[in-house]
Design a binder for this molecule. Structure first.
Ligand SMILES: Cc1cc2nc3c(=O)[nH]c(=O)nc-3n(C[C@H](O)[C@H](O)[C@H](O)COP(=O)(O)OP(=O)(O)OC[C@H]3O[C@@H](n4cnc5c(N)ncnc54)[C@H](O)[C@@H]3O)c2cc1C
Length: 430
């Protein structure tokens, strides 16, 4: 995890009851808590580790509409507005800047892929446009790459994962939400089949509604309740450089690298064409549901069978409310960064923009991404357990949409008019 993550001071006092309990203090959970607190709905957020300890502080900070599935773009547009308004709403900076995002294509096939995406969002009036090689060279000077073209969306941007969720959590507390860290929710308590509370490692909280925003842990939490949510873990490694002069403020994704400026003047870099896939039992159980994704993206995956498989086997899949849960055993999922992938990213980037030969690495980290079979999240009520709503499975692109996803989840929980049509995120589509 990045050493720059801002920590949040919270209480240890577990309330006896509330209206809504949120499980998980990532970007989705904290924005849902903020929204509910602003609506004067009593809310308690429980986090097993610390706020933004997992994906929400480890991500690249890209806020994009580019390359999203057309059905996912309305959520991204709603999030753009919420990100822009966030500093005023919470009285703190979140590092948001509409600096644009550009994806580069090396081959005509990659150009055609970007063109096909642009066509798929034709009716949405986005500001995305195809770029010629000349336009790329002009926007990002000093390059040596041999690009066939690219796509650029000026209204895309970035925020700083090391401060955003923490600042939002602090604002939620200021507006009346209770947040408890270092406390795992083991399971739900139900009365007459309906949610009536949560059982945490420190005791029970009675409530009317629960929102599960548990990231990569949601599948295990739901599995214990007999609900099967298909998500598989992938691991993405990241490099942060020390402050340096770079070629542009635009976030740039090449075929096998990406970079974007960090607020301290350094760059966040990753190997865009490679993700580690440490195999677990779940890959055997539900891997078949990912066959079409695998066909298109198998060259991106670096599978391995080893420590992660054994560690995962060591975590319970079924447990009772009075037993230690997997969430207490792994407070913060902190996979090791893959130095060879990070080195590949740096080498590929230096070949494309030699100015990065001056880059000095400040830190490296990795994070586990929760991927659904269609790479879109689930934001829905669980019909089998009245009172339970889930917002999870963000498949590696949920930081950008986080504020709108959290608000949508809060809308569903509180019965308010949803911020966008929630139907693309139905659970039963999976
Ligand atoms: C390396 C990397 C790069 C990425 N880059 C981008 C990007 O550039 N742009 C983008 O939009 N997205 C990106 N993503 C994806 C993005 O970070 C996630 O989609 C998003 O942060 C998910 O937020 P979340 O709140 O659902 O989950 P998380 O941030 O993972 O939060 C879930 C929280 O729930 C807690 N929890 C789980 N179970 C329990 C329990 N039983 N009791 C208590 N607490 C519990 C966990 O401890 C965790 O803190 C990236 C992800 C990674 C790892």
């Amino acid at each position: 995890m990045t050493k720059t993550l801002e920590k949040v001071q919270t209480t240890d006092q577990l309330p006896e009851s509330t209206t809504v309990v949120i499980i998980g203090g990532g970007i989705v959970g904290v924005t849902a808590a903020l929204t509910l607190a602003e609506r004067n709905i009593p809310v308690v957020l429980i986090e097993k580790g610390h706020i933004a300890g997992e994906q929400s502080s480890r991500n690249l900070g890209w806020i994009r509409k580019t390359s999203r599935h057309a059905d996912d773009v309305p959520l991204a547009l709603a999030a753009d507005k919420l990100w822009a308004e966030m500093p005023e709403r919470i009285g703190k900076e979140v590092g948001y800047k509409q600096a644009g995002i550009m994806f580069l294509a090396k081959t005509e096939e990659q150009v055609a892929m970007h063109e096909a995406w642009l066509k798929s969002v034709d009716s949405l009036s986005l500001d995305s446009k195809m770029l010629s090689t000349k336009e790329i060279d002009e926007s990002v000077p000093g390059g040596k790459g041999d690009w066939a073209g690219g796509i650029y969306t000026p209204s895309d941007g970035r925020a700083e994962p090391s401060i955003a969720a923490s600042a939002i959590a602090q604002a939620a507390i200021n507006k009346g939400a209770v947040i408890i860290q270092h406390c795992a929710v083991r399971t739900l308590s139900t009365t007459g089949g309906k949610v009536s509370g949560v059982v945490t490692e420190k005791g029970e909280i009675r409530c009317e509604q629960v929102l599960l925003a548990g990231g990569a842990w949601s599948r295990r939490f739901l599995g214990n309740l007999g609900v099967s949510l298909p998500t598989l873990p992938l691991v993405c490694s990241v490099v942060r450089t020390k402050p340096m002069d770079g070629p542009t403020d635009i976030a740039v994704g090449g075929p096998d690298f990406s970079f974007r400026k960090h607020q301290d003047g350094g760059f966040i870099i990753t190997q865009r064409s490679a993700l580690d896939a440490p195999l677990t039992l779940d890959h055997l159980l539900i891997g078949w549901r990912y066959l079409s994704q695998l066909k298109a993206q198998h060259s991106f995956l670096r599978p391995s069978l080893g420590k992660a498989f054994m560690q995962d086997l060591g975590l319970a899949r079924r447990w009772k409310a009075n037993q230690l849960s997997p969430f207490e055993k792994v407070r913060v999922n902190d996979p090791a960064a893959n130095p060879s992938l990070n080195q590949e990213a740096l080498t590929n980037l230096c070949n494309a923009w030699p100015v990065f030969n001056n880059a000095e690495i400040d830190e490296e980290w990795a994070g586990v991404i929760d991927v659904t079979p269609d790479s879109n999240p689930v934001i829905d009520k669980i019909q089998a357990i009245p009172g339970l709503t889930i917002a999870t499975g963000f498949s590696g692109h949920g930081f950008g949409t986080g504020p709108a996803a959290g608000q949508l989840a809060a809308d569903l929980v509180s019965g308010a008019e949803p911020i966008i049509d929630p139907s693309p995120y139905r659970f039963d589509r999976l």
